[in-house]
Design a binder for this molecule. Structure first.
Ligand SMILES: CC(C)C(=O)C(=O)O
Length: 435
């Protein structure tokens, strides 16, 4: 085809992209082995100021610990462009960890394969963009020429004994039968001939993927995986999903990819990545544990990672970010605080103290009610069960009246621990003697 097919019926551009259904569903097919791969140092680093070598090594150590004994975080990829990139790889290699395996990301040119080989890396990612938006509009090629170029690059990698990982950029906007299937068929043949299983990473570059099995190609993640597996015979172990969050679907699409036949799902720490970001590794971990029941991972390391980003990298994590934000398990509503006092499970997603070193919190504002104040006091005093001070205690009521008074002049921020401590000393002197 010399003219691009931009799939205008789904991607009109002047209006939001459309999600079409055709009444056909595809079955789930979850692989026995599912795992996470990481791109914190590639896609993640494209979206923020570069990390220093020491920072890369510190994050690599954390990723290794988070991988656990089973290597849940199986691989992580590195640029090899500059001397600094290579220094970081060497420093991480010196750690000698089995997981995550270090892989590369290179330009598709012969010299770069030698570099990969010289550095003792066995797998590298290469860009094989597959929509006509890329083939025609960006690269100025047609499909035949693009396919020929990609295949020749894959052959060069194989001839160096390197496992290529073809990144099907923009696959959710590609002509699946017109380009993706024939290309992957070719990769399956090359894998068989060489004895090296070529990997295929499905890149939802613009976040257009949807998790609905009944939606049409190329947007349906289930349909994409089903089509590739049945039309090309590629094994689940060779398939990997890489998503972006432009339509808020990044974690759901990733989990869907696991359920429909992808062994690997790619993500980054805290979801850093181009524009709206990639799938956050933290989210993937809890999804993985939910799907497999595997408890070999020490999830408290997630909190160490969040602390590292805030403390060492100066990144202010948005407070409502699941699992890592300051407020992810903090309630400010009095009615919720009331429930929490009766039993914290009512308003906590799981035992966040045990799994994340983050006990459930109650923020005190005028909306916290006497229950919220009582919760703060009991937490501060370490009182549990029958030993807790009741919300009807006159000192709690007086403290709550003081709290409400703070908001009468339009205050909009929550009260700090120091402010509450001052009030507790005044109204509950038997429990909080003056300093
Ligand atoms: C550059 C490519 C491989 C990518 O990360 C994407 O398509 O999201």
């Amino acid at each position: 085809m010399n003219e691009p097919n931009l799939l205008r019926e789904q991607f009109p551009y002047e209006t939001p992209p459309l999600i079409a259904f055709d009444g056909v569903d595809v079955p789930m097919s979850r692989p026995a082995d599912i795992f996470i791969t990481d791109t914190t140092f590639r896609d993640g680093q494209q979206a923020r100021p570069p990390y220093t070598v020491d920072q890369i090594v510190a994050l690599f150590d954390l990723l290794h610990r988070l991988s656990g004994p089973r290597g849940v975080i199986r691989q992580t990829e590195f640029f090899l462009y500059s001397e600094k990139d290579r220094q970081a790889v060497r420093a991480c290699q010196e750690r000698g960890y089995a997981f995550p395996e270090i892989t590369a990301w290179i330009r598709a040119v012969a010299n770069d394969f030698q570099l990969v080989k010289a550095m003792g890396i066995r797998e590298t990612g290469i860009l094989t963009s597959c929509s006509d938006y890329h083939i025609h509009l960006k690269l100025g090629l047609n499909r035949e020429r693009a396919m020929a170029q990609y295949v020749s690059v894959v052959e060069s990698a194989l001839s160096e004994g390197i496992r290529p990982r073809c990144h099907l950029e923009d696959v959710t906007r590609a002509d699946v039968y017109g380009f993706v299937v024939p290309f992957v068929q070719r990769l399956v043949t090359l894998s068989e001939e060489s004895g090296i299983p070529v990997k295929v990473r499905l890149c939802d570059t613009m976040g257009y993927g949807v998790s609905y099995p009944g939606a049409t190609l190329p947007r349906s993640v289930p349909r994409l995986l089903h089509t590739l597996r049945t039309e090309t015979g590629i094994a689940s172990a060779q398939l990997e999903w890489h998503g972006h969050n432009d339509f808020y679907k990044v974690l759901t699409n990733a989990a869907t990819a696991w359920l429909y036949g992808c062994s690997g799902v790619n993500g980054t720490l805290l979801g850093f990545g181009e524009r709206t970001g990639n799938t956050p590794i933290e989210g993937l971990l809890f999804e993985y544990m939910g799907l497999t029941g595997d408890t070999s991972v020490d999830t408290r390391i997630v909190t160490e990672i969040a602390d590292y980003f805030e403390r060492e990298l100066g990144y202010a994590i948005p407070p409502m970010t699941p699992f890592v934000g300051r407020s992810f398990n903090v309630t400010a509503a009095g009615i919720h605080a009331d429930g929490v006092i009766k039993n914290e499970e009512i308003y906590n997603i799981f035992d966040t103290a045990k799994l994340l070193d983050r006990p459930l919190g109650v923020l005190v504002t005028d909306k916290a009610g006497a229950a919220g104040v009582a919760h703060w006091v009991n937490r501060r005093l370490g009182l549990a069960g029958d030993a807790r001070i009741d919300k009807r205690h006159p000192g709690i009521a007086a403290m709550y009246d003081w709290v409400v008074a703070q908001y009468e002049d339009g205050r909009t921020t929550s009260l700090s621990d120091d402010e509450l401590l001052g009030a507790a000393r005044r109204h509950l002197p038997e429990w909080f003697p003056p300093a």
